[in-house]
Each structure stands twice: as structure tokens, then as C-alpha cells.
Design a protein around this ligand. Structure first.
Ligand code: GUN
Ligand code: FE
Length: 677
């Protein structure tokens, strides 16, 4: 008899074994045989009892609907879709339905939209009744595997939601069913933990779904919609490397004033870190697959030469943009910066103050500006928020959720500001520290995807105490500083009035410990001495040619900045500059400089120059091995914004994209080796 199958430690088995040894020791004869018989039959019974359960039927192809909280209507829909009335009967009594009819409607709407090309995971706030977790499996033909989780108040906050999402992602990503384009998930607006879980799993935020969830207490809540693209099966393979086959264009260090075109090259990227491991021609031995192993491609299947109308460039780095001003960008172009009826007083301060205490508006405006800039190829942005810490944290969250590299600052201003949009020096300092601590607590900070920035608005609105305090904070936390320096004729005149005899803007910053690693927007009226000081302090300049046109009364000499040792990046300065597109900053930079800056130099400023300005020049800005892959895939093929003709060379087609293109010529956007658009 094979006893090993019985499970050696079961106490009943141990008892029978003990009896067996007694019987073995007894003299042979009928009594001993009878005892043997008896023990054998008991062992047979035990064997059946202890046998491992039969393996579950093979898991059908997965599709997902995860939901929480669970209501009676959900149970009904799930049980119906599983075609299992017994399940409904079993579950229904424990779930009275407080959610009618709205949740039934959305469930039906979204679940019917789901199959077969969209996975949908709904991860909602946990406030609920009943079962802790439940899995339903429905027949393979329906192509639906439902993973749901429900959290009792007792289990609330125990990370069950996170476990469910993690499990769900693992299962789906292990073998993504063909034909599926994306997975979607929602998290209740305000549920930072859920948002973080999704962001960690690689989801990016798509927007706000208004009135999406009707809670048990009757409250209607909005949800953030996240999605996870499943592209070509490649990027979800997990572990190791991902590959990209493309025509790469970048401002390589060794290429001088030219751009380097790496036509039909293969790039290997470390999946975990987004680091570029290797770049070689596709027809080299390694490019052709030498080294073995199946390659997971970020785009397409890697077996075809890329179209000569497609290019991959480093993502743009916008070194100066005001996120809250996105709401009025494209308007207010006819006012001077300063003065009682100026642009700041009549448009900027009212628009920024509207975000204080209004999460919904902050989410809306910040969701749109981050989404819009990403869509236009900006993979890193140095943002001014508002004076409100809560809203600025939302800006940070939105950057993380959407996958843009965010450099985010809470604006500080304690004088010469409107009464309803001002703060005390103490509030400015405490708020800055609060934001820094918040950002430093996020995983995205550790990964270099999110950075806190000390942000005195500009000298006119900051008291000397505030400037000094902010300088100390920047020193203590080793943070970037951003501000506006020597921006316009009226600003310079105002500073001279309130800081008589204290020198230039750069001198005043230096005096207060603010001339340090960071980015000064504009700096149009900085003297050579100012620029040299800034260069030695690692304070770069954000060149914003479009807003200079409206406000400055002068223009920046990029060459002079660089010859004084100052790094220069380009900025959109939304909404002082009306365009959110870095392509327009490049074009305006060329126009502004007349013949001193060509399109290639402008491209360098928009990529490597911006990375240098943010102190990230070793990590971003080009496709050098060891840098992280932040990139844009441009596609002139059929793009509605430009025409190309047979026989045009790669450089001409690429220049057309840079000169005439817009977001319609952008196919994909990647940050840290992951697709975000
Ligand atoms: N100077 C002070 N605040 C601002 C602002 O919001 N935008 C611009 N362009 N200049 C400023
Ligand atoms: Fe600005």
C-alpha cells in the first residue's frame, strides 16, 4: 500500500501506523490477519479523504471586470453573465441593493462595452458589505474572466484592493489575449491609495468620469479613469528588456550642431528602469536578433523596416509652464504683465485662486494640461502650480497617474498680491515643506519621475523673509528652485523701485540664498555679470520666446547665456505664451533669434538643453546608452498637418514635422521606457 499519498502528518494516519506496528509484532495467525484487514479498510477510507482535490478546470481566457463595492445589482449581473442562478441565490440575500438604478446602468453599459476588445477592471472605493473576495469564471467562449473583490469594513485599508489589482495584472499580463487593446480601471477621486496602486501597476490616468459611482450612503462620486495599453503584446511581457526598432533622431553630444539620424536601428531598454542598454543598426548581427531570446517590442513586431516617414526622438522638456493657467491659455494676449489692469491681476491671479479648495476643478485643469502636453510630446515639464498646497499635490498626482515626468512647485507669494490670493510668509514656507515631504514620500520620486521644486513666484511678490526661508528650504532638501528673473521692462522697473540699491534680480536672489541649482524663466535683461553668477550657481534659463514677445520688451540672447556658462532650455510659459506645444517654442525661438538659431539648435534646446537645465542631462535628453528612454514616435504618414513627396530625404521629412507638425503627427509617447500614450 502506498502510504505516502495519505499525507504523513495526519493524526488519524499516525494512529493507524502505530496500530500497524503492534500488529506486526504479534504472532502470525487469523487474529493478526483480521486486524490487518481492518486497518487496511480504514486506510482506504482515509486515503480517499486525504487525497488532494482534483485540479480546477483550466482557466478560461481572461478578461476582467473587477468591481467594488458590490451591490445586489452587481451580483445579479455577475451571476447572470456567469449563467449561474445558484450563485445569485447564494449571494443575493447578503447584498441588499442600495444602488438602484444608476449602478445597474453603468454596470450594464460598461460590461457590455467590455468584451472582447477592452478589459475593464473597476477598482472602487471600499465601503462595503459582505464577502471579502470572490472570483467568477465564465465559459471560455464568452471570453470573460471576472475578477472581483469586495471589502468589508473590517478589511478596509488592509490592502485587499491592491492585492486584487496586482493579481489581476499578473494574470492578464502573463498571457495577454490577442486582440485586446487596453485594460481600464477606475479609482474613486480622492482615493490616493487606489490611484497609487494603479500607477504602480503601470496604469496611466485618462480623465475624470463624472457621477460614476453611487455609494451606499447615497452619495454620488466621481471616479478617475485609468488605462493600461496592451500594445503588440510586447510591453506587457514582463521582466528583462523591451526593444524598439525605429529611425532615431537626437541631438547627440558628439554630433555638434547637427542632429544624429540613426536610420533603422534597434534599441534595447531595461524594462524595470527604462534605461537604454544598447543601440545598433538593425542589420547588424545583434540587431538581427543575435544573442538569442524572444524580443518584446514596444511598437509593432520588430520584423519590418520602419517607415521612412517615422522617427523616434527624445521627448520634449518644457522648462517653464504654469499648469493652472492652462484654463485661459489662448486668451488674454493683449495685456502687459504688470499693473492694476495687467495680465497678472486681471487673468492670472483670479484663474489660479479658483483652484483653492476646488479639487474637481484642479483635477479637471491639471488632468487636461498634463494630458495635452503629453499628447504634444512633452515628456518632462517644470510646472508652477498655485499657492494652494492641496491643489499642487493634485498636480503631482496627475503627473504620476498620466506618466509625465513632473517637476512641481507650490507657488509662494506674500506681498503685492491680491487679498484673496496671497499667503503669509509662514504659510508659504510651511506649504513648500509640506509639498516636498509629500512628493518625497511617493514611489515616483524614488524613480526620478517626480520632483518637488521651491517656487518663489518672482521678486515683486516675495518678501525678503520669504525669499530667505525658501532659499534655506532649497538648501536643506537639495531641491531645484524656479522663478521668473529679469523678465520684462515693467518687472525690472518695479523691482528697482522696491529694492532700491540692491542690484539686479540675480543679485537679490543671490543675497537671499536663491541663486542655486534651478531654472530662472526669461532672464531677458540679465547682464553678463548676472549670467556668469547664475552659471556658477547652476541656475539655468528657461527661454520662453512666445511670452517674451508679449511681455518682455526685449529678447533673450541664447548664445550669450551659453557663453556665460548658463544652460538654456525652452519653455512654453503657458499661458503667458499661448501655445502648450514645445514645437511652437522651438519655432518661436528660431524666429526670435533671426538667423542666430536654426531649427536643429532649437531641437537641441527643447530636448538635451531642457534636460541639462533641470540637472537631468546625464539621464535624459538624448539616446545615449545609460540614459532613460523618454521618447516620442513621430509619424508623417498621412498626418493631416503636412504633406510629403516621393524622394524627399529623411532630414527634410523630419524638418517638416518639426516645422509644420503638431500632435496629429505623434503616434506614441514613452516615459522611462513605458508607453504613456
Ligand atoms: N511673472 C510672475 N508671474 C508670472 C506668470 O505667471 N507668468 C509669467 N509669464 N510671468 C510671471
Ligand atoms: Fe511664467
Amino acid at each position: 500500500m502506498d502510504l505516502s499519498a495519505l499525507g504523513a502528518l495526519d493524526p488519524r494516519l499516525m494512529g493507524l501506523m502505530a496500530q500497524l506496528s503492534t500488529i506486526n509484532a504479534a504472532p502470525e495467525g487469523e487474529a493478526r490477519d483480521a486486524a490487518w484487514e481492518c486497518i487496511s479498510s480504514q486506510l482506504e477510507v482515509l486515503k480517499t479523504e486525504l487525497a488532494p482535490p482534483p485540479p480546477p478546470p483550466p482557466c478560461p481566457r481572461p478578461v476582467i471586470i473587477g468591481l467594488e463595492p458590490l451591490s445586489g445589482n452587481h451580483v445579479k449581473s455577475l451571476a447572470e453573465s456567469a449563467n449561474d442562478p445558484a450563485l445569485e441565490a447564494q449571494l443575493r440575500p447578503s447584498f441588499p441593493s442600495p444602488y438602484q438604478p444608476a449602478d445597474a446602468e453603468w454596470f450594464v453599459k460598461y460590461s457590455s462595452e467590455a468584451a472582447p476588445s477592452v478589459f475593464r477592471a473597476i477598482v472602487l472605493d471600499s465601503c462595503c458589505v459582505g464577502v471579502v473576495s470572490l472570483e467568477l469564471r465564465v465559459p471560455a467562449e464568452s471570453n470573460t474572466f471576472t475578477l472581483g473583490y469586495w471589502v468589508t469594513p473590517k478589511h478596509h485599508g488592509k490592502g485587499i484592493g491592491g492585492q486584487a489589482v496586482t493579481k489581476f495584472m499578473k494574470e492578464v499580463l502573463a498571457s495577454p489575449p490577442p486582440g485586446l487593446s487596453r485594460i481600464e480601471a477606475t479609482a474613486v477621486e480622492g482615493n490616493v491609495a487606489s490611484q497609487r496602486i494603479l500607477a504602480r501597476a503601470g496604469f496611466v490616468m485618462d480623465g475624470l468620469m463624472k457621477d460614476f459611482l453611487l455609494r451606499r450612503d447615497g452619495e454620488v462620486r466621481d471616479c478617475l479613469l485609468f488605462s493600461y495599453p496592451l500594445v503588440g503584446g510586447g510591453e506587457v511581457a514582463g521582466g528583462g528588456s523591451v526593444w524598439l526598432r525605429a529611425n532615431f533622431v537626437h541631438a547627440a553630444d558628439h554630433a555638434g550642431d547637427e542632429l544624429e539620424f540613426l536610420m533603422d536601428h534597434v534599441m534595447e531598454v531595461e524594462e524595470e528602469t527604462g534605461k537604454i542598454l544598447r543601440v545598433e543598426a538593425a542589420d547588424s548581427e545583434w540587431g538581427r536578433g543575435g544573442g538569442g531570446g524572444k524580443r518584446s517590442w514596444l511598437v509593432g513586431s520588430g520584423d519590418r523596416k520602419p517607415s521612412s516617414l517615422q522617427f523616434v526622438t527624445p521627448g520634449f522638456v518644457d522648462t517653464h509652464i504654469h499648469a493652472p493657467q492652462y484654463s485661459y491659455t489662448g486668451s488674454a494676449t493683449d495685456k502687459p504683465l504688470m499693473g492694476p489692469d495687467g495680465w497678472l491681476e486681471s487673468y492670472t491671479f483670479p484663474a489660479e485662486s479658483k483652484l483653492t479648495g476646488d479639487r474637481e476643478r484642479a483635477l479637471d485643469v491639471y488632468g487636461k494640461v498634463v494630458g495635452r502636453t503629453l499628447k504634444n510630446g512633452t515628456t518632462s515639464a517644470l510646472y508652477f502650480g498655485t499657492i494652494d498646497v492641496a491643489a499642487t499635490k493634485i498636480l503631482a498626482d496627475v503627473c504620476v497617474a498620466k506618466g509625465q515626468r513632473g517637476f512641481v512647485g507650490k507657488v509662494c507669494m506674500d506681498r503685492n498680491s491680491p487679498q484673496n490670493y496671497s499667503e503669509t510668509c509662514e504659510e508659504g514656507l510651511a506649504g513648500t515643506v509640506e509639498l516636498i515631504e509629500y512628493v518625497r514620500g511617493l514611489d515616483a520620486f524614488r524613480k526620478g519621475l517626480l520632483h518637488p521644486v521651491v517656487t518663489p513666484r518672482f521678486i515683486p511678490t516675495c518678501s525678503p523673509e520669504l525669499m530667505r526661508g525658501l532659499g534655506d528650504i532649497a538648501e536643506k532638501y537639495d531641491c531645484l528652485v524656479q522663478s521668473h528673473l529679469s523678465e520684462s521692462v515693467d518687472e525690472v522697473a518695479f523691482v528697482q523701485q522696491i529694492h532700491e540699491g540692491e542690484g539686479s534680480d540675480a543679485d537679490i536672489f543671490e543675497k537671499h540664498g536663491l541663486l542655486r541649482r534651478g531654472v530662472a524663466a526669461h532672464s531677458v535683461f540679465c547682464s553678463d555679470a548676472d549670467l556668469k553668477k547664475m552659471g556658477s550657481a547652476n541656475m539655468a534659463v528657461a527661454h520662453c520666446p512666445l511670452s517674451n514677445f508679449y511681455f518682455a520688451g526685449g529678447s533673450l540672447d541664447v548664445e550669450k547665456c551659453e557663453s556665460c556658462g548658463v544652460d538654456v532650455g525652452l519653455g512654453t510659459d503657458v499661458a503667458g505664451g499661448y501655445s502648450y506645444s514645445m514645437l511652437n517654442s522651438m519655432r518661436m525661438g528660431v524666429v526670435n533669434a533671426r538667423n542666430k538659431l536654426n531649427w536643429k539648435a532649437a531641437f537641441r534646446l527643447a530636448t538635451q538643453g531642457g534636460a541639462n537645465a533641470l540637472g537631468m542631462g546625464e539621464t535624459l535628453g538624448s539616446f545615449a546608452v545609460g540614459k532613460e528612454l523618454d521618447a516620442v514616435l513621430w509619424n508623417a504618414e498621412g498626418a493631416a498637418c503636412l504633406d510629403v513627396w516621393e524622394g524627399e530625404g529623411a532630414e527634410d521629412v523630419f524638418q517638416k514635422i518639426m516645422t509644420l507638425g503638431d500632435d496629429r503627427a505623434i503616434g506614441r509617447v514613452f516615459v522611462r521606457g513605458r508607453r504613456v500614450l
